[in-house]
Design a protein around this ligand. Structure first.
Ligand SMILES: C[S@@+](CC[C@H](N)C(=O)[O-])C[C@H]1O[C@@H](n2cnc3c(N)ncnc32)[C@H](O)[C@@H]1O
Length: 324
């Protein structure tokens, strides 16, 4: 049987309402914040793909090389008739080489909050791998949701795939809670293949998040354009700047939008006063040591099986199994 089209399942919360609530509560709070999942509307997803191509942005190409170079070994660990569940699948680029090498994979299940981008990426995978059923699920992986019942049977093993060091956008306690949810979602006989960015020379990190072409700045500032577009906002985006820096003692990149002036902005029918120099928190990106990451996943009930790093030790990919 050929499966050249992807199936699509919508498990997403009402996006507009949840975005509105998040913006109202985030801009009313002190300090102000906007959750990073709202960076990924259609424009944001396209900008993120551009970031992945930037010379300074090492994570994507380094992780892709680790996955590609070790794909045969990873495929052997996964074994035959597996269902691959990718969380935050974006353009589904990193899974492609692995899909080629898996023995009789049962289903590829990309999950993402960005519906349009998910649908087109899922169709691309389905066309490239016509023998593998693709079932795309639009959902917010930070909330509780179930996979469609039709995906519950017929595989030997389920493997959650969470690349991109997206885990690093969560604090350690959020990451443990998230991984526990993934373990619950995928079941007791599941494995986890996950990318984790490593601690390194701060200048490399600062360059990666402050690229010379200004694409990363465009990406974070896009969330203000999104507020204007979707929540009837009047924000003059040119009065904010992207502000990203590595804080070694916390082991994380801290990413903000900083107001250049005192201003009153409006969105969703409300006004929000922003002081000159005030920062709206957008995202953290934690960087790990191998041992620190293994301790973190162990707290969520996963046992390390194997890990791979690149020659410069910039990035790591870990294969884990639900602890017996
Ligand atoms: C940093 S990108 C990584 C994309 C891809 N996995 C990679 O490694 O290149 C994060 C992806 O996760 C999705 N995402 C972010 N927050 C999400 C959430 N709460 N639920 C589902 N998807 C989410 C975004 O739409 C985006 O496609």
């Amino acid at each position: 049987m050929r499966h050249a089209t992807a199936k699509f399942y919508d498990r997403a919360p009402a996006v507009v309402e949840s975005f509105e609530q998040a913006v109202i509560s985030g801009l009313s709070a002190s300090p102000k914040s906007i959750p990073c999942r709202y960076l990924y509307d259609a424009a944001g997803s396209t900008l993120f793909d551009k970031i992945c191509e930037l010379p300074e942005y090492y994570p994507t190409r380094t992780e892709t090389r680790i996955l590609d170079d070790n794909a045969a070994e990873i495929a052997a660990l996964i074994g035959p008739r597996a269902q691959i569940v990718e969380l935050g699948s974006g353009s589904s680029d990193k899974i492609r080489v692995l899909l080629e090498l898996l023995v009789s994979p049962k289903t590829y299940v990309p999950i993402d909050i960005s519906a349009e981008h998910l649908q087109s990426a899922a169709e691309t995978v389905a066309r490239a791998h016509p023998s593998i059923p693709v079932a795309a699920v639009c959902a917010d992986y930070t909330s509780n949701f179930d996979l469609p019942q039709v995906l519950e049977d017929g595989y030997d093993k389920r493997v959650a795939f969470f690349p991109g060091s997206t885990i690093g956008n969560m604090t350690n306690s959020e990451a443990v809670a998230f991984l526990e949810r993934v373990r619950h979602l995928c079941g007791p006989r599941s494995d986890l293949l996950i990318g984790a960015d490593l601690q390194k020379e701060p200048s490399l990190l600062n360059a990666a998040y402050n690229d010379s072409q200004g694409i990363t700045a465009e990406f974070t500032l896009n969330v203000l354009h999104r507020i204007n577009r979707e929540l009837d906002g009047d924000i003059d985006v040119s009065r904010f700047v992207h502000d990203a820096g590595y804080v070694p003692e916390r082991g994380r990149m801290e990413i903000f939008l900083r107001s250049e002036v005192d201003q009153l902005i409006h969105a969703a029918g409300r006004g929000f006063r922003v002081r000159s120099g005030e920062r709206i928190h957008i995202e953290y990106s934690y960087k790990y040591t191998i041992d620190g990451f293994r301790d973190l996943v162990a707290s969520a009930g996963y046992t390390p099986v194997h890990y791979w790093v690149d020659a410069q030790q910039l990035f790591s990919v870990h294969y884990l199994r639900v602890a017996a």
